[in-house]
Design a protein around this ligand. Structure first.
Ligand code: HEM
Length: 494
């Protein structure tokens, strides 16, 4: 990106007294505002009590409101030589952004950044009662413990293997049906529904047909939720706007929450009746995450709305991330037929001519396929700004820089994975790099941490044991490989 477009990506409003006729008071205010505006890092940093400034653009950065924020911020940090840490302002919110592994590690592993800033939409959608946005403390630790034990444990993930195989087969059937009738194949939709069904089965213990009825309703709720949570909300950064709700986000969130409460509440009730009265419903299984929460409800003091928030968050977080990753993997296979052929021949060597589905246990014998997944995570990390940010709960330092309490800290994983001082030929899609060098994607190596990195907690981590997030991403990682491996295994992609 050239420097002009970088300059375009943030505002330069210059408040200068324009006429000698201006009353002297107004002139003083205008000059003061101009001084604040031109402070490194912009307005919000000028109003904070920092000593030596962290380098950063002045004015107000608007990039976060666009879909390519990670690219714009990477270029900005590069042009200002602020890759280790850059300060910027969005309205009255102070941000720091790390675009290098060392400072990224400091932020993600520091107990000073234990909390997350809660956007208005997340709060309105009740996510402050779910893992990702719950304030750091006892409740948050409880939710992490429950999900680590009962949703992300390797045993749980393995127990849904048959279901994943069926999803893979259904994808192939849908694609073949479209191909035989010469229809254009909308891969995005197929992969999105596969991903949604994958997560919905382990969370709700139920499969949906997304074409109609409850399935169509669920799809609508997820879509609206993504839009609201992803929307850039001016009220988050200009407190004066909050009462006005100028973009109507609060209103839409409240409407959505009623519908989600109703939808997830009905599912919980179905499982509860099954457990309590033995009323067996054909469309739900008895070993889903809903059942786990119902079993633990009393001993862990969870109310129904807590359970709804947790269940809904899992559906939310687990759908788009996986769908985007699968789509990029397929796009890369099409763009690089040689790589696709290599993956196919590796798969042939494992499943042979039987064309049986790939199972989780095959994945360790498919190192090249796994390298393709890793290389895709590197070039196209699904949450490039390590969604979502952390909040400094007290004054702290990142490197030599002083960061005051209340600052929002982010990591630009995209900038790190595209940095030529970190990766050789970073723009080249080269899965072989992971055959030559074993690199963990689980957060220990900040050169590639698409799932985030450890958070020091008072529990297990106070003793220096970092949490890896998601706790068993390795389990999920093999799911991605097994799920996506079924596509090149069965057909040629051009
Ligand atoms: C390609 C797949 C995925 C990617 C790239 C991804 C990425 C991320 C990232 C970057 C974070 C923030 C971590 C941090 O702040 O350090 C996160 C948090 C989270 N993810 Fe994922 N994720 C994926 C799949 C999933 C799935 C399948 C689930 C659920 C079934 C899930 C549930 C969560 C939850 C609950 C959190 C919040 C954790 C916390 O704050 O303690 N993610 N994810």
């Amino acid at each position: 990106m050239d420097s002009l477009s970088v300059l375009d990506s943030y505002l330069h409003l210059v408040f200068l007294p324009t006429s000698a006729a201006l009353p002297s008071m107004a002139a003083v205010i205008a000059v003061a505002l101009a001084v604040l505006w031109f402070h490194p890092g912009g307005l919000a940093w000028a109003l904070s009590r920092t000593g030596r400034s962290i380098p950063g653009p002045h004015g107000v950065v608007l990039a976060l409101s666009g879909s390519l924020a990670h690219r714009v911020l990477a270029a900005l940090a590069h042009s200002l030589q602020a890759a280790d840490l850059m300060a910027f302002s969005v309205g009255l919110t102070r941000f720091v952004l790390a675009s290098q592994p060392e400072t990224a590690r400091e932020i993600l592993n520091s107990s000073a950044f234990a909390d997350r800033p809660v956007k208005e939409s997340a709060y309105e959608l009740l996510f402050h009662r779910a893992i990702g946005f719950a304030p750091f403390g006892e409740y948050w630790r409880k939710l992490r413990r429950i999900s680590a034990t009962y949703l992300f444990s390797p045993m749980r993930i393995a127990s849904f293997e048959q279901h994943r195989i069926e999803i893979g087969q259904k994808m192939i059937l849908d694609i073949m049906t479209s191909r035989d009738s010469n229809e254009v194949i909308g891969m995005r939709k197929i992969l999105h529904f596969a991903s949604l069904n994958n997560i919905v089965m382990s969370v709700f213990g139920q499969r949906f047909d997304f074409g109609n009825g409850e399935g169509a309703e669920l799809e609508e709720l997820v879509k609206e939720g993504y839009e609201l949570l992803g929307a850039f909300n001016w009220s988050d950064h200009f407190p004066l706007l909050r009462w006005m709700d100028p973009q109507g986000i609060r209103k839409r969130c409240r409407r959505l929450v009623d519908r989600v409460n109703n939808f997830v509440g009905r599912i919980i009730e179905k499982h509860r009746r099954r457990r309590v009265d033995g009323v067996v419903s054909n469309d739900v299984t008895g070993d889903s995450f809903v059942d786990v929460l119902l079993k633990l409800q009393k001993e862990e003091s969870l109310c129904d709305s807590d359970m709804i928030a947790v269940l809904w968050e899992m559906i939310f977080r687990g759908t788009d991330t996986v769908a985007i990753l699968l789509e990029w993997i397929m796009a890369r296979m099409v763009l690089h037929p040689d790589i696709q052929r290599k993956a196919q021949s590796e798969i042939d060597g494992v499943v042979g001519s039987s064309r049986r589905p790939i199972s989780d246990s095959d994945v360790p014998r498919l190192p090249y396929l796994q390298s393709i997944v890793k290389e895709t995570l590197r070039l196209h990390p699904p949450g490039p700004l390590l969604s979502w940010a952390r909040l400094a709960i007290h004054d702290t330092h990142v490197g030599d820089h002083f960061v005051p309490a209340g600052t929002t800290a982010m990591v630009n994983m995209y900038a790190i994975t595209h940095d030529e001082s970190v990766w050789d030929a970073p723009e080249t899609f080269k899965p072989e790099r992971f055959i030559e060098e074993s690199v963990s994607v689980l957060g220990v190596d900040l050169r590639l941490a698409p799932f985030g990195s450890g958070r020091t907690t008072a529990g297990g981590c106070a003793r220096g044991r970092p949490w890896l997030w998601p706790p068993s991403t390795c389990g999920w990682h093999s799911c991605f490989s097994a799920l996506i491996g079924s596509l090149p295994a069965r057909m040629e992609w051009t």
